[in-house]
Design a protein. Sequence first.
Length: 280
Amino acid sequence: MMITRLAVVLFALALAACGTTSRKGGYYQDDGPGEHPPVNVADVPDAEPRTEPPHRYANRPYSVLGRDYVPLKPGAPYRATGIASWYGRKFHGQKTSIGETYDMYAMTAAHPTLSIPSYARVTNVANGRSVVVRVNDRGPFLHGRIIDLSYAAAARLGYIGNGSAKVTVESVGPGTESVPDNMPQRTAAADFSPRALPEVVDGHGIYLQLGAFSNADNADNLRNQLARELDDNLRGRLVIRRGGGYYRVQLGPWATHDDARRAAAQLDALIDGEPVVVQR
């Protein structure tokens, strides 16, 4: 999932972890390890929480598809219940939002706002299974999902075959404040504030703006995530442009604004948000 996942992830067009994932109809069916996985995921241990300094760049505010995300401070209490997805071999070996290599067989996760790196306990509401994961990526950014787990973590929780599951996520680890019993349940919507990304005068043509980051690595992460989800026609139009202190992930160019809006409509089934048309 900014594995991208951020990611911005995003979408996690499933934008993406990073970084991240969601296609209608079962995107997950072709994202597993194949018939002969190199490890027995049932034997992969939980991540062991330890004190780690926050990443210098990956905890800065960022925007994806017109939404602002403000990462939490290290040690901030967090508890939320919502839908978890997972990401596998499509991102295996790629860079996460903090520059580490994503390992689908490690106990890791992507989250839109938890400080990274940090640790979280994730519990499958349906069967009560829990795992502890290390959050090292951004995402997911689609359809109300609150966390994107590695293949191994999702397998331990028993939802690989379904692609997603309702889970409870709670921050854990050294220096993490205890979550108050009366702490209100967060929702996916609580992790972002809606905002139209500022339109930018761009002499190169008309583009759809998908994300904006102050960190070039996060922008590159999002582009890589999207490249794995788009068809050939759209994939070749992904670019990163720098300006105004941001690295902007854009799709184009398009000859007219109507062409750009038609392209945005093609993304409607994949993204939870609306791309911004960047003016010529």
